[in-house]
Design a protein around this ligand. Structure first.
Ligand SMILES: Nc1ncnc2c1ncn2[C@@H]1O[C@H](COP(=O)(O)OP(=O)(O)OP(=O)(O)O)[C@@H](O)[C@H]1O
Ligand SMILES: [Mg+2]
Length: 253
């Protein structure tokens, strides 16, 4: 089972978009996938068409030690959602528990049967306790990035944040970088892609997701790109990115 945190403290880079569409792409490729919404904004559920926010979700697992199987729901073939739940924000204010506060998710996932191939965590745009929980529970981090200078600076900060966790992890997270909101004809996009290619050859997943109106329209209709525009360039890109991810398993240690 591969546990991948989609993580970037910068907002609006595509964490939720990639979780939604990669999750579905992997499921369409025959993988058993669970997507977990760790963002109190709770947008993952609506991205899949659940417009009435589920009241209970991963918040119950983290705050009430409820079993993870009680709060999951099948949303597509082979695809299971664990929504945020209305109390998720409270985890950021937990005072008790010391270091174990950051390991609640890791503990909660132990109750999950090992019959899943991928677990994707959609993280909030912060570096707080929810993200710390994702880092401890995951084996891999996928950092979505826009092709601009601010995002590049954000990446450096994100990598430093991940580095700070390393002494406390049993093994370092395998890191992936995915370019999103890419403009193939824009010089800046190409320059940033080249920089990433040169500096992070191992981490960069070389299938950029282009900026596309269809991708932006998907959450409004509660459908993934494979349902909304199955023959689009964007659907092809997400399928290719999912295939690349499936073939980029971290080395076993
Ligand atoms: N490739 C793309 N083309 C067009 N629009 C996109 C693309 N990727 C994301 N978007 C849009 O950009 C906005 C931000 O994306 P998204 O919500 O996935 O980012 P996020 O990193 O999850 O944000 P947050 O940090 O707030 O959780 C959304 O409206 C989404 O539909
Ligand atoms: Mg998001």
């Amino acid at each position: 089972m591969r546990r991948i945190a989609l993580i970037n403290q910068k907002g609006g880079v595509g964490k939720t978009t990639l979780t939604t569409n990669l999750g579905h792409a992997l499921a369409l490729a025959g993988q058993r996938v669970t997507v977990i919404d760790l963002d109190p904004q709770g947008q993952l559920a609506s991205s899949y068409g659940l417009f009435r926010a589920p009241r209970k979700g991963i918040d119950q697992v983290l705050l009430q030690q409820q079993g993870i199987t009680d709060v999951r729901q099948g949303i597509r073939d082979l695809l299971t959602l664990i929504p945020a739940g209305e109390k998720l924000q409270e985890i950021e204010y937990l005072q008790d528990g010391g270091a174990t506060r950051a390991r609640l998710l890791q503990q909660g996932l132990q109750g999950m049967s090992a019959d899943q191939d991928f677990v994707l965590f959609d993280c909030p745009p912060s570096a707080g306790l929810l993200v710390a929980n994702a880092i401890f529970a995951a084996d891999e981090a996928l950092i979505p990035l826009c092709a601009d200078h601010m995002s590049l600076n954000g990446l450096i900060i994100m990598l430093k944040t991940l580095k700070k966790f390393e002494p406390y992890l049993s093994k370092p997270l395998t890191q992936w970088i995915a370019l999103n909101r890419f403009f193939p004809r824009r010089k800046l996009s190409k320059d940033i892609a080249e920089k990433l290619h040169n500096h992070f050859p191992e981490q960069l997943l070389e299938i950029p997701i282009r900026e596309a109106a269809a991708i932006a329209e998907c959450p409004g209709v509660g459908r993934t790109i494979f349902e909304y525009k199955p023959n689009s360039q964007s659907a092809k890109e997400f399928k290719a990115l999912a295939d690349l991810l499936m073939n980029s398993a971290p080395a076993l240690s």
